[in-house]
Design a protein around this ligand. Structure first.
Ligand SMILES: [Zn+2]
Length: 91
């Protein structure tokens, strides 16, 4: 039991990179080799913020066709009006 505990304590003094498996010191926040965060919570937080960004982007992308259609219909209306005005002026 005692030996087991000691082994665990020894383990905690190092952090293994989840990406490249480089052994880093416990105080290190980022991997000395690949510069990625060593802290699992930081990795999760980073992944979550990226996911949020992606969701936001996806939402905007879904809105895009509708916005374009609206823009086109508005523009055609304006164009038609402008054309009508122009032809009226010509007459
Ligand atoms: Zn690494």
């Amino acid at each position: 039991m005692l030996k087991d505990k000691k082994y665990k304590e020894y383990q905690i003094t190092t952090k293994k990179c989840l990406y490249c498996e480089t052994i880093n010191g416990i105080a290190d926040d980022i991997c000395a080799n690949c510069r990625r965060p060593l802290d699992r919570t930081k990795i999760i937080a980073e992944a979550e913020s990226k996911e949020k960004e992606l969701q936001e982007l996806k939402k905007q992308m879904e809105e895009l066709p509708r916005m374009i259609n609206e823009l086109i219909s508005q523009k055609t209306e304006h164009l038609e009006e402008a054309l009508k005005r122009k032809t009226k002026q010509n007459i």
